[in-house]
Design a protein around this ligand. Structure first.
Ligand code: UDP
Length: 397
């Protein structure tokens, strides 16, 4: 059986002093019971974060649980529409949608007895849970979305739920809500020991790529994302098609479909028409493949149109990849344009940066090196753990 990593294991990345500090912050919180609620155990960044965060918190002596709201497909169809609307899309907000949403969350409230010292509710799916408890402890809404320009109608509908929370955590200062609730800003972080991020030998990388028949004769341009329009897979294909007129390369678009995202399968199917010998589109659930691709890619793209944070960006940067990211949301916090990657705002710009990077291995190396340092200093899960500890401690009497 694999051992669960403890904070001491992270010392090579963050140093002795940070380990000591985190342990000291955890000590006064040892007896607490904390619960995280979200809407999927698999797929998407929140489940990746919670998988590492909850184990690490337990290893620090804080009893931290993780539960998932359950619901039928029409519930997740409604919540995905809310998700899209909160990132700025149009929605037809009918009473039927509200009824499905509130009824299924109520059913989950009946099943889940949340009598914890602190409850963290992630994203809009379980948001109304709070209305069904006689609350005796702090509840925190942790929203991971890009809230730069939310649809007002959905926003106004959700505000009464949000206002019941004791605090709100958002990934970036730009997402500050016009609400009189305490707001805290911190980004998530990546776990260097997860399957997606742990060290891989060259032969293990070869083995994964061969297993999926991914050709390595030409440089790889890679984007790894849930199949979601916000990730702009069509823009990635267009940028690649422009770039390959000047530099030979292969595009690999790999994605998975989160269990709370009913639109994913359709987005995936819509991309299949673009497949060719040099455009590989794959829906797979294999963290080791993600790891191998981020390590072997000449260029990693994350050309999102909206992005709450974008763990895939830090994951690739951690591996020393040259990353081109959409100039939006949380990606801007990770990539310093021209220093730790490139930020782009159009297909044209993305294509130019792909060509530039393919032609300049020294630049790739230089950006990749700075990128890894940036992640080490700012975007590892240990820093996220510390920020959760600070937040929990702030509630103590
Ligand atoms: N991921 C994965 N396989 C895939 C696509 C994504 O394991 O095919 C992981 C990815 O490595 C990252 C997470 O899913 O850890 C996606 O998080 P991100 O914040 O980038 O985007 P989200 O899906 O939450 O919008």
């Amino acid at each position: 059986m694999n051992a669960i990593h403890t904070i001491d294991d992270y010392e090579p990345f963050i140093g002795k002093e940070a380990v000591r500090r985190i342990k000291a912050k955890a000590r006064p919180l040892h007896d607490l019971h904390v619960m995280h609620m979200n809407s999927t155990y698999y797929g998407g960044g929140v489940s990746q974060i919670l998988a590492s965060l909850t184990l690490l918190m337990n290893s620090l002596g804080i009893e931290t649980g993780w539960r998932v709201v359950h619901g039928p497909p029409d519930f997740f169809s409604v919540t995905k529409k809310f998700h899209n609307a909160l990132q700025g899309a149009e929605i037809n907000l009918t009473d039927r949608k509200k009824e499905i949403y509130e009824r299924v969350v109520y059913e989950n409230a009946v099943r889940n007895h949340l009598d914890h010292d602190v409850v963290f509710v992630h994203d809009p799916q379980p948001l109304p849970l709070i209305t069904h408890y006689r609350k005796k402890s702090p509840w925190v809404w942790r929203c991971h979305l890009d809230l730069t320009a939310p649809n007002r109608e959905v926003w106004n509908y959700l505000v009464p739920f949000i206002e019941k929370y004791d605090a709100i955590v958002l990934s970036c200062g730009e997402y500050r809500l016009d609400l009189k609730r305490p707001q805290v800003f911190f980004t998530p972080g990546i776990d260097p020991f997860s399957i997606v991020n742990r060290e891989l030998s060259e032969s293990a990388i070869d083995e994964r790529l061969e297993h999926y028949g991914i050709p390595t004769d030409l440089p790889l341009v890679v984007q790894i994302s849930r199949f979601d329009h916000w990730k702009d897979p069509v823009g990635v294909i267009k940028a690649f098609e422009m770039a390959r007129k000047e530099e030979e390369c292969t595009l690999v678009l790999v994605g998975n479909v989160a269990t709370d995202d009913p639109e994913g399968a359709e987005v995936y199917r819509s991309l299949l028409a673009h497949r060719s010998e040099r455009v590989i589109v794959m829906s797979v659930q294999d963290g080791a493949l993600v790891n191998a691709l981020q390590r072997r890619a000449a260029v990693v793209l994350q050309k999102s149109l909206r992005e709450g944070f974008g763990l895939t960006v830090s994951e690739a940067m951690w591996k020393g990849a040259a990353v081109i990211g959409g100039n939006v949301g949380g990606i801007r916090y990770q990539i310093r344009d021209g220093e730790t990657g490139f930020l782009v705002s159009s297909v044209d710009e993305a294509a130019k940066r792909i060509v530039q990077l393919l032609r300049d291995p020294d630049l790739r190396k230089q950006l990749g090196h700075a990128a890894r340092e940036r992640v080490r200093e700012n975007f590892l899960i240990t820093r996220t753990v510390e920020q959760y500890l600070d937040l929990i401690a702030s509630f103590e009497p």
